[in-house]
Design a protein. Structure first.
Lengths: 88, 218
């Protein structure tokens, strides 16, 4: 039982680290893209405003929500593996 | 310095490669000849090569372990231990040791009328350390020459490589977007300090010079 608890705690911790890394990375990529697009569009208007608005759109979109898959996919893989190893 | 670097990278490759080689599943095509159960002493450092099927097993000094004795197509003996890995490392989550032992028992055959089986296992056999690979699954196959493509290993190694690549990209992004701007700021600040110091030094020099002996008037 202790081993199971340890597996769950360590697994959750590792996945959480990955979740935040990917979240921050993905948002940073979007910010960079927005900054570049602002320049390409001829640097019209305030740069910070443009970037902020773009990031708000990004936050509201489905993309950042997909990062939750970091938790879901390994759990499904674990379940499938568990079934195949022990019950087939 | 070059030797230090090479030694370091050789060690890294050896350790990571060894770890993967020990942990990832491999398949042998063998013929089961017998199964047995034997008391194992688990009280020295080779304990790390035996599984921890449940919580009490970490404190036990010895316990019974089941084994599967097999022979491969070239007649070489291959002996596997058959232990639960439970919830601990490596993550095979194997709990069906008794079932596996039964399947192995069912596949027993003689050299004259062989039944070939593929045994999925992880771990190493070492006669001197008395360690055995742990069998995870056994499956009947047509003959000793069936070709087995290690899909699972291909997938696992690809995912690992992808994760490494992702971490590397993340680090590059972090350096470009977070560390370098800070360094630039520091650099600019330092340049200003430097400039300031130069100016101050210039003033000091002029003041000092004003005390120097002047060339005699002619």
């Amino acid at each position: 039982m202790i081993a199971l608890v340890r597996l769950l705690v360590v697994g959750l911790a590792v996945l959480t680290v990955f979740y935040w890394l990917i979240r921050i990375y993905s948002r940073s990529l979007r910010r960079e893209k927005l900054e570049k697009r602002w320049e390409e569009e001829g640097a019209k208007g305030d740069r910070d405003d443009y970037v902020r608005k773009g990031l708000e759109e990004y936050d509201a979109s489905i993309r950042p929500k997909l990062i939750v898959l970091v938790y879901i996919v390994p759990t499904i893989v674990f379940a499938v593996l568990f079934y195949i190893i022990n019950f087939t | 310095m070059r030797y230090v670097k090479w030694t370091f990278w050789t060690l890294v490759v050896l350790i990571v490669g060894g770890f993967l080689h020990y942990t990832l599943p491999q398949r042998d095509i063998v013929r089961v000849v017998n199964t047995y159960q034997e008391r194992q002493d688990l009280h020295d450092w080779t304990r790390i090569f035996w599984a921890k099927p449940d919580d009490q097993s970490t404190t036990l000094v010895n316990r019974d372990v089941q084994f599967i004795q097999t022979v491969d197509a070239r007649g070489r003996p291959r002996v596997y231990r058959n232990e639960d890995t439970g919830w601990s490392w490596p993550p095979y989550f194997k709990f069906d040791t008794a079932n596996l032992q039964t399947e192995a028992e069912d596949l027993k055959s003689t050299a004259e009328a062989p039944k070939w089986a593929s045994v999925t296992h992880y771990g190493w056999r070492n006669e001197i350390l008395s360690i055995f690979p742990n069998a995870v699954a056994i499956r009947r196959v047509e003959g000793p020459d069936v070709r087995i493509i290690p899909w699972l290993n291909i997938v696992i190694l690809s995912i690992l490589a992808g994760m490494l690549l992702l971490l590397w990209r993340m680090w590059a992004q972090f350096r470009e977007r977070t560390i370098e701007p800070v360094l630039e700021d520091v650099g600019e600040a330092w340049d200003k300090v430097d400039e300031h110091a130069d100016q101050a030094r210039g003033r000091l020099r002029r003041w000092l010079d004003s005390w120097r002996a002047k060339p005699p008037r002619t």
